[in-house]
Design a protein around this ligand. Structure first.
Ligand code: BG6
Length: 217
């Protein structure tokens, strides 16, 4: 029996992954000469910003302070490009409202830093729907490690077996599987064909306009 919905943020609540890809591509290739193709940048976009930098450049390439600066700079570029288009994915507001009315607990489990989570929640004024918010700063290791989603469940006081995750990224679906949770996939940046290996996907949706919370309980 499902008692809680755990939402990934980027690509799942807002359709912004193309803006993350552009900001990362700019930082990695134009500022840091990583020489990655656009598809390679997209494939690296999961987990914390520091984890991404280590995957691309190796351990100890940057001082922690430098990684912090690069992370903030990347999010500044992302926010300034995306802000004019900032909006929830179609049908999500009504979906959240209905879930709240039905007593389903709601949480956000994101690899984003609080700077970005605040940017979304405060500009869209939707913070009040969520009883727990787990960001990059709240976990030792991000997705595909299960820590993010297990921490959401713990903060909500709900058994992981009674949670379902909403995700857009294969590595996020993997994180949910590692946490023992099923997943609803929102096909924003990643197509259905990219999720073939995951047995914990129970549904694919383009947006929330034809769904209601009871479909996933
Ligand atoms: O876990 P979420 O909400 O999908 O966020 C993931 C993204 O968050 C962004 O802030 C990172 O810069 C991206 O690299 C990462 O992919």
């Amino acid at each position: 029996m499902i008692k809680a919905f755990l939402f990934d943020l980027n690509g799942t609540m807002i359709d912004d992954m193309e803006y993350h890809a552009k900001a990362w591509s700019d930082i990695l290739n134009n500022d840091l000469n990583a020489g990655l193709t656009y598809d390679e940048v997209k494939a690296q976009m999961y987990g914390k910003n520091d984890e991404l930098l280590v995957r691309v450049f190796g351990e100890n390439y940057f001082e922690p302070q430098k990684m912090q600066e690069l992370s903030i700079e990347k999010e500044r570029r992302y926010q300034s490009a995306y802000k004019p288009n900032l909006k929830l994915i179609r049908g999500l507001k009504e979906f959240l409202e209905e879930a709240k009315q039905q007593g389903i607990k709601l949480a956000i489990g994101s690899a984003a830093i609080p700077f970005n989570i605040d940017f979304v929640l405060d500009n869209l004024d939707i913070r009040n729907y969520f009883s727990a918010i787990v960001s990059a700063d709240d976990v030792a290791v991000s997705k595909p490690d299960p820590e993010t989603y297990l921490k959401c469940a713990k903060e909500l006081g709900i058994d992981p077996a009674h949670c379902i995750v909403f995700e857009d990224a294969p590595k996020g679906v993997e994180a949910a599987a590692n946490a023992g949770m099923n997943t609803v996939v929102i096909t924003t940046m990643h197509g259905i064909d990219e999720f073939g290996q995951y047995e914990n996907v129970v549904a694919f949706i383009d947006d929330y306009s034809n769904s209601s919370p009871s479909d996933f309980m």
